[in-house]
Design a protein around this ligand. Structure first.
Ligand SMILES: [Mn+2]
Length: 389
């Protein structure tokens, strides 16, 4: 097995992923440092798969951190390549052109330790399919930053799918913050393997806390192998508090004990304060105050009430006890057993309404809301009128 280069994506270099919690600082910088140090120690080129930066308009620090890493690679004579993601995308002047060292891979192919690798910046649907037709026949690995059907499986908008790929047996893709490998068949009916390395630090509470970059290796039979390297990241713990007994136990010292065992001397001090997510049943007396007090300043805490799960069974939602007046109003207007009510409640109760919206649209397109037209009395919602997503 011959290591060829290192691949990572979705660095989202920025002071912190949560603007409302400025105390959670430096996670992306610290992960990037680890990747740079690894490349130098192993003397392996680095390929950055887009969303290197969080924004198109940046303050000085993310750029300074980016340049510091690139300068370190330059000083060690370790090559760096990149494509642009949708986050920092600029057709005219890529952000990474602020530094002389990294090589822009867009529409270009390179021989990297014997493998022919080509890349494309993020491109809109249609343009990316056209770009795939320009991939040279002898390319082994294609680097992209797109929303692939093969990862999304019908959820939400997609840019492309593996069957659009002409050449290349391997695709390395940014954008999807989940670490995952999928296999599919390309335009010519040949097997393609695609790797999503995932983001390099949590960008969202719903992301898995374990993060990786990958060493791309060539096997003796000529195929490629993706070797994961786990990043040292801020420790994360998730709690769900549904009963008095659990609440009492956690507040009587268990939480504090858990946090202490999570401390890791290998982490820099600014990363060594864990992130704790607690969901609690709001029926429990003083749950919020007790949990916040128990954690104190020992961890960053995201503490929220469990949203009452909408009952999708035939029984109507318990409107009598509903505290959310907006939901009650929706029920009064639409009747609480209609599909329109189900849709409205699903959106109102979603933690991430945009994501929930995409899920509901997919359900609608699958015919799971068969009587939506009847329920709303509107012809406009007929299946033939649904705009393409
Ligand atoms: Mn991203």
């Amino acid at each position: 097995m011959k290591p060829l280069f290192v691949f990572c994506a979705d660095l989202h270099l920025e002071d912190g992923a949560w603007s409302s919690r400025p105390g959670i600082y430096g996670d992306a910088y610290w992960s990037f440092e680890q990747i740079v140090d690894y490349c130098i120690a192993a003397h392996l080129p680095l390929i950055l798969g887009g969303d290197v930066l969080e924004k198109k308009s940046n303050s000085a620090r993310p750029i300074a951190k980016l340049c510091a890493g690139l300068s370190k690679l330059q000083a060690a004579n370790v090559p760096a390549y990149y494509i642009q993601g949708n986050h920092e995308f600029d057709r005219n002047a890529p952000w990474l052109s602020v530094h002389p060292w990294p090589i822009h891979m867009h529409e270009a192919s390179f021989d990297i330790n014997g493998a022919k690798v080509c890349g494309f910046d993020w491109l809109p649907r249609g343009e990316i399919q056209e770009a795939f037709t320009r991939v040279p026949e002898d390319v082994d690995i294609m680097v992209t930053h797109q929303v692939w059907e093969d990862f999304m499986k019908g959820l939400g908008r997609i840019d492309c799918e593996l069957k659009n790929v002409y050449h290349a047996q391997t695709v390395l893709n940014g954008d999807f913050h989940v670490t995952k490998t999928v296999t599919g068949v390309n335009f010519q009916g040949k097997t393609v393997t695609m790797l999503s390395p995932g983001s390099i630090c949590m960008q969202d509470m719903s992301e898995a806390p374990d993060k990786f970059f990958f060493v791309i290796c060539r096997m003796p039979d000529g195929t490629f192998h993706f070797e994961p390297q786990q990043l040292m990241t801020r420790r994360f713990a998730n709690y769900v508090v549904k009963d008095q007994e659990t609440l009492d136990k956690l507040c009587a010292g268990q939480l504090r004990k858990d946090i202490l065992t999570m401390a890791d001397a290998n982490l820099p001090t600014y990363i060594n304060k864990p992130l704790i997510r607690i969901k609690f049943d709001k029926q429990l007396p003083d749950a919020y105050l007790r949990l916040m007090t128990a954690v104190g300043d020992f961890a960053h805490i995201a503490c929220e009430a469990i949203s009452e799960k909408y009952n999708t069974a035939k029984t109507a939602a318990p409107r009598a006890g509903a505290k959310n007046s907006l939901l009650s109003a929706v029920g009064d207007l639409l009747g609480d057993v209609t599909d329109a009510y189900k849709l409205a409640t699903a959106l109102l109760r979603a933690e991430d309404p945009m994501k929930e919206f995409d899920i509901q649209v997919a359900k609608y397109l699958n015919g799971e809301f068969a009587d939506a037209t009847v329920a709303t009395g509107s012809e406009e919602l007929g299946a033939s009128q649904v705009p393409p997503v």
